[in-house]
Design a protein around this ligand. Sequence first.
Ligand code: C2E
Ligand code: CA
Ligand code: CA
Ligand code: CA
Length: 274
Amino acid sequence: TKEQGKNDFQIFTQEMMEKANETFSLQRDLNRALVNNEFELYYQPKISAKDGQICGAEALIRWNHPNLGMIPPNDFIHLAEESGMIVPIGDWVYQEACRQLRRWKEAGKEQIKISVNFSTLQFLQKDLVKRVASFLEENDIEGKWIEIEITESILVHSDQELLNKVIELKKIGIQIALDDFGKGYSSLDYLRKYGFNTIKLDRSFISDIDTNEESAAIASFMIALGKKLNINIVAEGVERKEQLAVLKKLECDELQGYLFSKPVRIAEFEKLWM
Ligand code: C2E
Ligand code: CA
Ligand code: CA
Ligand code: CA
């Protein structure tokens, strides 16, 4: 009723008003951030558990906001997803990773695999594979140096078209990783269906892998399964050496986390790597 509506409106407090305004202005700023060149990729090393060497990097976006300073992705990716801006932003992330590979190649440096995160909306683009492929070609980059990380939230709306895109991307050499495994529904059926190259075990159960038997048992199972199915297993969010000891014992393939390095600027990443 009208009366009810009036009451509802009163619950809309000053605080909520400010929050809404904040969101609105961030949303608006986000539309300009690309042309203003305010995004930057940070790189977090992936470590091979066997030899302790850096074997890859995950590219993670940062927004250098002119007034607010550095804004982490958790504070703006959802806004970009709501407005659709994630599509051009995601393109930029992928293209920037390709340009980085090209810079290394032109400098005569070794290449290293760069992983980029893709949102659901990006995967819904009809011409995704074509554009991904053409940018590889433009930069004279082999697909095998790029890995695309996707989360299960994409797979829930799973359809043949999505599966075809994954197959096509793999055909051009691009690797596909399943991110945040163990956080959502984590259906084993996905593993059979999509042929992932990599599975990233979510930080939430790596965090207590040294104290919680259930967490350790699941990790152990996933690592063994990975060996059988020839899937690379990466542990995310490794912060302590006790976790590292367990993961090494279980023969996890790759490790990522603050114990080794936080995500850093490209110059710093190169120092760590070279
Ligand atoms: P994610 O893909 O799961 O990335 C890993 C996040 O965990 C990163 O946060 C990383 O800095 C953080 N992390 C790494 N090691 C540790 C650790 O040992 N301890 C803790 N506590 N955290 C650790 P970040 O960079 O803030 O990114 C957050 C999320 O934002 C990402 O989670 C990803 O979902 C999203 N994101 C980041 N960059 C992009 C992008 O370019 N495109 C899209 N679509 N999403 C992105
Ligand atoms: Ca990721
Ligand atoms: Ca993750
Ligand atoms: Ca995530």
